[in-house]
Structures are given as structure tokens and as C-alpha cells.
Ligand binder design. Structure first.
Ligand code: ATP
Ligand code: MG
Length: 234
């Protein structure tokens, strides 16, 4: 589904991402973990067209999409839910979700079907459909951002720190939803600082440090390595 090869991204003269490789098989959930400033968001942003890589290639469903705009990537089926959620605060829940309709040019029937599916997954959003997004709790805003991404009908979902700043009960609710979305077949690349949560959910984990990939593998194998374990779960 996704192949990122030898990705380098710089801000000015500083290389934030140095030769990262990521492979995401169809239907799998891959977690990208690492401490603050490791380059996780930069990697996702470069894949999703928000940041231009200095070099390297991004291949999505067999096509070289390196340097594509975010808009074209969404239309191709690759969607990012960015760090900090970025919902449109003055717009209602329903209006936020309608944005997905225009970015993917959905017919009203397609939109209604997907809207109803999203409301089944996130009943709280249905109850608050006319409330402005800025008045939702952080967890509800995260659900809205996830729902909006799902409404575009993606083949690959990139999630950047969905647990950030949420109360524990909301973290559980958001991760339950991610688990359900994945179980229903969605391919996901998840960035998460809470390594324990990420390791519990993923099929494969990639560990980054200071812009570099330091190891990758199945969560059980990574967790059985004592030095890595102490690093993740400190
Ligand atoms: N827009 C920017 N301009 C300059 N430097 C940046 C910019 N965005 C990120 N950086 C730097 O690039 C490095 C990687 O940042 P990035 O946000 O990708 O890390 P991260 O792993 O997502 O961290 P966090 O867990 O804090 O979200 C950091 O040193 C950061 O300061
Ligand atoms: Mg980040």
C-alpha cells in the first residue's frame, strides 16, 4: 500500500528526517514511535504532501506520489489526520464533515451513507451535529477529525498523535475507535508517543530517534529486547 524509501527532509540546513524507510502492507497497522523531535510528524507530513522531501520516494498503491499536493493525495486515497486535529472551530460538526464531501466530490447519496457510518462509529458526534466544533472536548474533536478523514473514503489513514492532550477516558475511546476502524480493514500508519498504546495496537512498529530509523519489527520482538523496552516504556 505504502512504500517510503530513503526519505530525507530538511528545515533550512537541518535534516529532521534522515533516510527513513517505511513499508505499510494493505490492511496492516504500522506504528511510528520515538521521543519528542524524533521526526515522526515530519515523516507523516512529507508522505501527506504538507512538507516537500529533500530526497527519497513515496510510493502509494504502486504509483510514485512524491511531491504530490495534499489535495491530490486525498483524492487518491491517502489522508492525514494531523497533530492537533485541525478541525474548523467556528463550523458545526456537520459542516466540518461536509468538507470531506467537497474534497472528494462525493454525491449526496455517498455522503449520506458515509456520514451515517461515521455516526455509528462516533454516536457522540451525531448528538452534537449542529454544535460548533470549537466547543467540543479535545476527545470529541479528535473523533471529528477521524470521522472527517473517514468520510473521504481513504485507503490509507495517517494518524499523528491521536492521544495528544486527551484525558485518559478519551484516549481509550479514541483508541477503541481506531481499533474498530483497523479491524474493519483500514490500513493505518500511526504516530504515537504513548508507545504502550501503540505497541498494543500495531502489527509492526518503527522506532525513530533524531531523524533516523533505529529499529523496526513486530511489537513482541521489540518488547522482548530489554534496552528497547526501557526506552519505550519509561
Ligand atoms: N517547521 C519547522 N521548521 C523548523 N524545524 C522544524 C519544523 N518542524 C519540525 N522541526 C524540527 O524538526 C525536528 C523533528 O520534528 P517533528 O515535529 O517531526 O518531531 P516529532 O517526532 O513529531 O516530535 P513530537 O513528538 O514532539 O511531535 C525537530 O528538531 C523540530 O524542532
Ligand atoms: Mg509530532
Amino acid at each position: 500500500m505504502l512504500d517510503v524509501n530513503d526519505l530525507w527532509v530538511s528545515y533550512g540546513g537541518i535534516s529532521a528526517v534522515r533516510g527513513i524507510r517505511v513499508t505499510v502492507e494493505p490492511g496492516s497497522l504500522v506504528a511510528l514511535i520515538g521521543s519528542n523531535g524524533a521526526g515522526k510528524s515530519t515523516t507523516l507530513n512529507a508522505i501527506a504532501g504538507l512538507t516537500r522531501p529533500r530526497s527519497g520516494t513515496v510510493t502509494f498503491r504502486g504509483e510514485n506520489v512524491t511531491g504530490w499536493t495534499t489535495h491530490n493525495l486525498v483524492r487518491a486515497g491517502l489522508v492525514l489526520v494531523p497533530e492537533g486535529r485541525m478541525v474548523a472551530a467556528p463550523l458545526s460538526v456537520r459542516e466540518n464533515l461536509q468538507q470531506a464531501r467537497y474534497s472528494k466530490r462525493l454525491s449526496s447519496g455517498e455522503f449520506t451513507d458515509r456520514y451515517d457510518q461515521a455516526m455509528t462509529l462516533f454516536p457522540v458526534l451525531g448528538k452534537r451535529s449542529s454544535q460548533v466544533a470549537g466547543s467540543l472536548s479535545g476527545g470529541e474533536q479528535q473523533m471529528l477529525a477521524l470521522a472527517r478523514a473517514l468520510l473521504t473514503g481513504p485507503d490509507l489513514l495517517l494518524l499523528d498523535e491521536p492521544s495528544m492532550g486527551l484525558a485518559p477516558v478519551m484516549v481509550d475511546a479514541v483508541f477503541d475507535a481506531i481499533r474498530t476502524i483497523h479491524t474493519d480493514g483500514m490500513t493505518i500508519l500511526l504516530v504515537e508517543q504513548n508507545a504502550e498504546l501503540a505497541m498494543d495496537l500495531c502489527d509492526q512498529a518503527i522506532v525513530m530517534q533524531r531523524g533516523e530509523l533505529i529499529t523496526s519489527g513486530q511489537p513482541d520482538d521489540l518488547l522482548s529486547d530489554g534496552s528497547l523496552r526501557s526506552m519505550f516504556l519509561s
